[in-house]
Design a protein around this ligand. Structure first.
Ligand SMILES: Cc1cc2nc3c(=O)[nH]c(=O)nc-3n(C[C@H](O)[C@H](O)[C@H](O)COP(=O)(O)OP(=O)(O)OC[C@H]3O[C@@H](n4cnc5c(N)ncnc54)[C@H](O)[C@@H]3O)c2cc1C
Length: 421
């Protein structure tokens, strides 16, 4: 399987350190499999609590979604606050509402140089019919103290530089950053606090011991740990086949244009506020490094996407910004988001000493950072609360058909978006 990571982030990242692979067997208190936001934030907070922690990634820290995403730091989960209160309780709503603030505070505390800007996020609607729902969402967060603002048609058109939108809302808790520099900064911060981080180290088997676990790696080296955290998200493989079958690893596609001219930058996203639209299959866009417009969305499902798979994303970009129809597409890349049937992140603890978190449904930058921290603190001190209850590992039926499921789901959502317009 090959992955295209010719991303704008890889091209503009600060020099990335190389982390050694694990070549001798070791013993640790907590072993973490997966060096993305979830695993590294858990590692950092464990190390800060004085726990001996070892992180493994089959590739590099940030190889997964964490180093490839849109860099939009958005609080919340799929559901609106009143519904989260009703189903999960106010603590979960409070947690979900604070994930962006948590992330920006963490970056400031650790002095991570990742171009973090807390300049808000706009959810913009292409359809007047969505505005009532967006207004209700904004009001519900506002009632809980969040700085939000409804945007008129004129306001949203000025802030996006596109006349495609009918209105929207601005969430000032949010913002944007350079995700690859952020995830690398997290890895370095965890390492500085004492965590051992190993790249190029694939966990291939988990063996339950009378107390704790032994993780067998592809190279033959093993790790004995009192507690294991699995944070492999959309890149979960055969290590825990049942876990893998709980999520649909859908591709999210992104492109970045040539640098825009100063004149274009004065019209297109003039305040550089990141945007998502409000459809089921949303497009998301922002100004990225070097003044390039970055545009992304869900595409066809394939392990190895071809040039044609970017067609819909580029058509969406041209539709929102017709003046960019001739702009060169300089970068294109994909990554895997882990979709869950209930659109919520899943937290599992099938054994007292095995914790698993995954399934951020494409909105995991802030959420995984905050959830990883909560997991780390909880393992170090069991009296520390977790924001979600543990659920059972429930594989989706006929999971082997997931490329077809994902494609069908995308067609279904696309059709509903079209029928509503
Ligand atoms: C293209 C794209 C755009 C996105 N845009 C946004 C956005 O703008 N805002 C937002 O909030 N969210 C966004 N997301 C979602 C967000 O990036 C993810 O939710 C988040 O990064 C998940 O982090 P994670 O640490 O759980 O998983 P990942 O970052 O995917 O990390 C999992 C890691 O596990 C490793 N691994 C897997 N199996 C093994 C094994 N057996 N042994 C060792 N290591 C293993 C992988 O190599 C990988 O590095 C986007 C995602 C994508 C793909």
């Amino acid at each position: 399987m090959s992955y295209d990571i010719a991303s704008i982030w890889a091209a503009t990242a600060r020099k990335r350190p190389s982390f050694p692979s694990l070549d001798t067997s070791v013993k640790t208190d907590v072993a973490i499999i997966g060096a993305g936001f979830t695993g590294l934030s858990a590692a950092l907070h464990l190390a800060e609590a004085g726990t001996d922690v070892t992180v493994l990634d089959s590739r590099d820290p940030g190889f997964g979604a964490s180093g490839r995403n849109g860099g939009q730091v958005i609080p919340g989960i799929k559901y609106d606050p009143d519904e989260i209160d009703r189903v999960y309780g106010e603590e979960t709503t409070e947690f979900a509402g604070r994930t962006a603030e948590f992330t920006f505070d963490l970056i400031r505390r650790l002095a991570i140089d990742c171009n973090a800007q807390r300049n808000g996020w706009i959810q913009a609607s292409l359809k007047s019919a969505h505005l009532e729902k967006l207004e209700s969402r904004a009001r519900q967060w506002e009632k809980r103290g969040a700085p939000t603002e409804m945007l008129s048609t004129d306001q949203v058109q000025v802030l996006t530089g596109s006349d495609a939108f009918k209105g929207g809302w601005l969430d000032s808790r949010a913002g944007q950053l350079h995700p690859l520099n952020y995830v690398t900064g997290l890895a370095l911060a965890a390492q500085a606090k004492g965590a051992a981080i190993h790249a190029g180290t694939e966990a291939v088997r988990l063996e339950k011991l009378s107390s704790g676990w032994r993780i067998h790696t592809k190279s033959g080296a093993s790790i004995t740990a009192a507690h294991v955290v699995v944070a492999t998200n959309g890149y979960s493989g055969e290590l825990l086949p049942k876990l893998r079958a709980t999520v649909i690893p859908a591709n999210s596609f992104q492109v970045a244009t040539q640098p825009l001219s100063p004149d274009q930058l004065s019209r297109i996203l003039p305040r550089q506020t990141p945007v998502s639209d409000s459809r089921r299959l949303a497009n998301y866009f922002r100004i990225g490094p070097e003044g390039r417009l970055m545009f992304g969305g869900r595409g066809n499902f394939r392990d190895d996407p071809a040039a044609d798979d970017y067609r819909k994303i580029i058509a969406g970009l041209h539709w929102i910004y017709p003046e960019l129809a001739e702009a060169q597409i300089a970068f294109r890349w994909t990554g895997r988001v882990a979709m869950t049937y209930d659109h919520l992140p899943h937290l599992h603890q099938p054994f007292d000493d095995l914790t698993i978190a995954l399934g951020y449904n494409g909105r995991g930058l802030a959420l995984a950072s905050a959830l990883g921290a909560a997991i780390g603190r909880h393992i170090a001190d069991r009296s520390q609360p977790l924001p979600f209850e543990f659920s059972k590992i429930n594989p989706l039926p006929l999971h082997g058909m997931h490329p077809y499921y994902a494609t069908m789901a995308i067609w279904y959502y696309r059709l509903r978006d079209m029928l509503e317009s």
